[in-house]
Design a protein around this ligand. Structure first.
Ligand SMILES: [Zn+2]
Length: 252
């Protein structure tokens, strides 16, 4: 068991939220009990995750996508009321870290996605240096973008959207988890043969064809489900807390 303030300080020291310009508040978003014992980590503070955390007898939830974003409707109605009601009724702390969780060099979403895929980061690119670029650890790369797509599908266990499967070898691979469509041009400028992210929008398909760089969209959720459990497990073991990752499946 530990104190909520110490828990928050430990996450802040690890993730350094003050270094980022973000879309919502990082850290404690909803205050629960002062003495914490068990963390449930997950990707998004959805009602399903909150209910699962309650069933798992957690007093703290640690997520990548919290409840509050800049510019959102500030009223507590509908789904927001339902989520907050559950958290407050069960005195659960909600901690959310967005960009700081993407960026952490060993435990963050991008680092952990690279680890899953067997990619070794050599440099960072793009706004706030959130993008990672590097090469495959073993066997020097992939024979083609189709090969890389197959590797992604097998590793993440879901279909992947591939644009531009020109039959050229893939050596330099750039990746940025989640909805990082806008990082594609920076990845091209950084010299990538292929770019992996969660989502694709209409313009990127044309850019992929015209610039000869493969674009692979492997799912926002699927690309961001490794950082939260890695960070939460690290902090939980540091402070002697229980931890459990709960994956609420999401096809998007
Ligand atoms: Zn995300």
């Amino acid at each position: 068991m530990t104190d909520r303030t110490l828990l928050l300080q430990t996450f802040d020291a690890l993730l350094q939220p003050e270094r980022f310009r973000d879309y919502g508040p990082n850290g404690l978003q909803v205050e629960g009990v002062a003495r914490v014992r068990k963390i449930v980590s997950g990707v998004t503070a959805s009602r399903a995750l909150i209910e699962a955390a309650i069933a798992a007898q957690a007093d703290t939830i640690f997520v990548h996508h919290g409840l509050f974003w800049k510019g959102q409707d500030a009223r507590v109605t509908g789904w927001m009321k339902q989520r907050l009601k559950l958290l407050l009724a069960h005195d659960i702390n909600l901690l959310a870290y967005h960009l700081p969780l993407d960026a952490h060099p060993e435990l963050g979403n991008n680092a952990q996605l690279g680890l899953q895929l067997g990619l070794q980061a050599q440099a960072r690119f793009g706004e706030q240096e959130l993008g990672f670029i590097g090469e495959r650890l073993e066997s020097g790369g992939f024979e083609s973008a189709d090969d890389l797509a197959l590797h992604l599908e097998n590793t993440l266990n879901r279909p992947v959207t591939l644009v531009n499967s020109a039959q050229k070898a893939i050596k330099k691979i750039a990746w940025c988890s989640g909805g990082a469509q806008s990082y594609f041009e920076a990845a091209i400028a950084a010299g990538a043969d292929a770019f992996i992210t969660g989502e694709i929008s209409e313009p990127q398909a044309h850019l992929a064809r015209e610039c000869g760089v493969a674009y692979l969209a492997c799912g926002h959720h699927a690309s961001e489900r490794y950082g939260a459990p890695a960070v939460a497990a690290h902090v939980a073991s540091q402070l002697g807390l229980a931890h459990e990752f709960i994956d609420i499946d999401n096809p998007a």
